[in-house]
Design a protein around this ligand. Structure first.
Ligand code: ADP
Ligand code: ADP
Ligand code: MG
Length: 502
């Protein structure tokens, strides 16, 4: 029986995992870097352990430090969240060797699916349809040019170890082939320490549609339907919704079957996502499998009525999956937006800093998974995502209206966020109609540009005033005790006595 779990992550996802632990009567243990001493996930946990300096390669990515904390706190299992070590097979192996359950699939499944070339080969042999292209790394550029001629432009050059939209190049012109291959290779080497790249046909009018699966250790596997994730910026998801507005019942059933076959081909156990690229005619092709919980998992949780983290924990504990495919239903419509500490009106520049004020959206059908609070300083060391806002309503139209209402109510000052940009997406005609593909953002600049402010002078005066106010606040922060410590009972409620071992 799992009684205590260490969450090897930070921020909103660490808290999201701990919430399920609390409901299951499981103790939770946080780990934190120097930059996260005052982070909410540390306060939420029952215990917390320091694991190193701010940069993630000195803390959240150091396997030994995390295993150390796990041993000190005597946990039964580790939940990796997403990002960081969540798709690191070596970490899963280390946990196993130390007798700690890793809440995720086997190292074998992770290795096979984590490498895009290996995954493509495996999927082909399992009868899953993959994007046309190669299944070997490019070694000779002349060979590659020949292959691209055979496939026909446009193509994608993709890093086999790729993730987070990195190491990917769209090639539309003959003369760009050589330079695109070489820049994809060097980005792949720098980001993943592996410069293997391969070729995929570029699917026109692409839709990113993915299927959530759950599989137990006894050979049972179900899918929990699709998520439409085509609203993307630089190949990164911005808005997700379920059901997909372009899906039909027949194609859903076929794709669901393929997703289950893909998971079974690697003896998958745990929660996972099979990503497909789909064209306007609903031809679909396997893109990759993410062997972890996904950022957008809450929309599935809401529409299918499951707690995916609880299911992950029960599966890791060896329980038999209780969900039956023919009993699962999609109910209503859910939309998620990712809120980033970025300035959408200044080329999405990172906007770290102190949260001066936050009013989180509430009300019927609204879920907000966040971690920032007033006085908290967003560190610049990690992913700039600060929260996820999820709405549910009986229909897609109502869900969009509800999202607009929630975004309207969501106020953060002190930093810039992507909220205004997300608001504008809700107004884009093709989004409203549900007829959009992954080009939606680049094709709708005129709707997504910031609205003109009547008087530039007034705007300037307002921003100077805000900046002066920010500076004086910053000065106060430096000279006085941190805002959060003043008259706050957080100190008492989260950190029970000496449980934080610094
Ligand atoms: P999803 O498929 O759920 O959208 P992402 O691929 O965007 O997930 O990744 C989930 C999280 O992990 C994000 O916070 C992302 O920034 C981070 N992440 C994923 N892959 C990488 C990577 N290779 N390098 C750095 N961060 C990554
Ligand atoms: P990552 O591991 O970085 O998430 P993916 O293979 O999942 O990489 O691709 C990320 C995104 O890039 C997709 O959601 C899609 O928008 C785009 N993309 C990738 N491959 C193709 C392709 N062959 N044709 C069209 N778009 C693609
Ligand atoms: Mg992907």
């Amino acid at each position: 029986m799992i009684k205590k779990i260490l969450v090897a992550n930070r921020g909103e996802i660490a808290i999201r995992v701990m919430r399920s632990c609390r409901e299951m009567g499981i103790q939770s243990v946080a780990v934190f870097s120097e930059a996260d001493r005052t982070s909410m996930h540390v306060r939420y946990a029952d215990e917390a352990y320091y694991i190193g300096p701010a940069p993630s390669n000195e803390s959240y990515l150091v396997i030994d430090n995390i295993i150390d904390a796990a041993k000190k706190s005597a946990v039964d299992a580790i939940h990796p969240g997403y990002g960081f070590l969540s798709e690191n097979a070596e970490f899963a192996d280390c946990c196993e060797k130390e007798g700690i359950l890793f809440i995720g699939p086997s190292a074998y499944a992770m290795n096979t699916m984590g490498d895009k070339i290996t995954a493509r080969r495996k999927m082909q042999s399992a009868g899953v349809s993959v994007v046309p292209g190669t299944t070997d790394p490019i070694t000779d550029i002349n060979e590659a040019v020949k292959t691209i001629h055979e496939i026909g432009l446009p193509v994608m050059i993709k890093a086999s170890a790729g993730g987070g939209g990195k190491g990917m190049r769209l090639v539309t012109k003959e003369e760009d082939i050589v330079s695109s291959v070489s820049s994809a290779k060097s980005e792949a080497a720098a980001s993943f320490g592996n410069d293997a790249v391969y070729i995929e046909k570029y699917i026109n009018s692409p839709h990113h549609i993915e299927f959530q699966i759950l599989a137990d250790k006894h050979g049972n596997c179900v899918h929990l339907f699709e998520r439409e994730c085509s609203v993307q910026r630089r190949h990164q998801k911005v808005v997700e919704e379920t059901p997909s507005p372009i899906m039909t019942a027949e194609v859903r059933e076929e794709m669901g079957k393929q997703a289950v076959a893909a998971a079974k081909a690697v003896n998958y156990a745990g929660a996972g996502t099979i990503e497909f690229i789909v064209d306007d005619e609903l031809n679909y092709y396997f893109l990759e499998m993410n062997t972890r919980l996904q950022v957008e998992h809450p929309i599935t949780e809401r529409v299918v009525s499951v707690d995916l983290v609880k299911e992950q924990i029960k599966i890791a504990d060896g329980e038999v999956l209780q969900l039956k495919q023919d009993e699962l239903r999609q109910n209503g419509h859910a939309i998620e937006v990712r809120i980033y500490a970025e300035d959408p009106d200044n080329n999405f520049m990172p906007s770290p800093g102190i949260i001066k004020h936050i009013t989180e959206p509430l009300g019927l059908g609204v879920r907000h998974d966040g971690y920032v609070y007033e006085g908290y300083e967003i560190p610049m060391f990690y992913d700039p995502m600060i929260s996820k806002l999820i709405v549910w309503a009986p229909s897609r139209e109502e869900a969009i209206e509800r999202m607009k209402r929630a975004l309207y109510a969501y106020k953060i000052t002190g930093i810039k966020t992507s909220i205004p940009f997300l608001n504008r997406i809700m107004e884009v005609p093709s989004f409203v109609k549900g007829r959009y593909n992954t080009h939606i953002i680049q094709d709708n600049e005129k709707y997504l540009k910031p609205k003109k402010v009547k008087s530039q002078k007034l705007k300037d005066v307002a921003s100077i005033a805000a900046f002066v106010d920010y500076l004086s606040k910053l000065e106060k922060q430096k000279t006085s005790a941190p805002v959060t410590e003043q008259g706050s009972n957080w100190k008492e409620c989260g950190r029970k006595k000496n449980l934080i071992r610094l």
